[in-house]
Design a protein around this ligand. Structure first.
Ligand SMILES: CC(C)(COP(=O)(O)OP(=O)(O)OC[C@H]1O[C@@H](n2cnc3c(N)ncnc32)[C@H](O)[C@@H]1OP(=O)(O)O)[C@@H](O)C(=O)NCCC(=O)NCCS
Length: 134
């Protein structure tokens, strides 16, 4: 979800039967990686009520930093919430300047991602090679 120019907000929610298995972390990590690859994105945020520390643990695991706690003007929106939002932020590294072929330069040494707009490889490394981001 967009939160203004350059900003994306990631949200996640699990049925209790599926908690504690790493699924939220894994899904949010995939969304963070997708956000990193989008041009013009300079911050990715996760917002959660302070009554949900497990949500913050997912953000911390993914390298986000808590930046703010704000009182939500409409108050709690679900039972058990406090109405105070905790805001976590990750600022992706700037994309590399385009090389002569108009594509990104090598940000991660050894990356051979086949995606055209990955932004972490040179055009010479790209064709037919698997991505090694892990
Ligand atoms: C936020 C929420 C999705 C987190 O659920 P969760 O089960 O804690 O998160 P994960 O699926 O990533 O599981 C992480 C747990 O699994 C464990 N785990 C097991 N294998 C793992 C793996 N491969 N990778 C990461 N964690 C793993 C972790 O150790 C962690 O346990 P811990 O909390 O005891 O350290 C859940 O609490 C929820 O739905 N809350 C209500 C909604 C909400 O607040 N959403 C936030 C608004 S954005």
């Amino acid at each position: 979800m967009s939160i203004g120019p350059g900003g994306l907000d990631i949200g996640y929610w699990l049925h209790h039967a599926w908690m504690g298995k790493g699924l939220a972390t894994m899904a949010a990590a995939a969304l963070v990686e997708a956000g990193r690859r989008m041009s013009g994105v300079d911050r990715i945020e996760i917002h959660h009520d302070e009554a949900n520390p497990a949500s913050g643990a997912v953000a911390r695991r993914l390298g986000f930093t808590e930046v703010e706690r704000v009182q939500v003007s409409e108050g709690p929106t679900a039972p058990g919430e406090t109405g105070v939002d905790v805001i976590w932020r990750l600022q992706p590294a700037p994309r590399p300047a385009p090389d002569a072929a108009g594509e990104g330069g090598p940000v991660r040494p050894g990356c051979q991602c086949p995606e055209v707009h990955c932004g972490c490889h040179t055009s010479a490394e790209r064709p037919g090679r698997p991505c090694e981001h892990g």
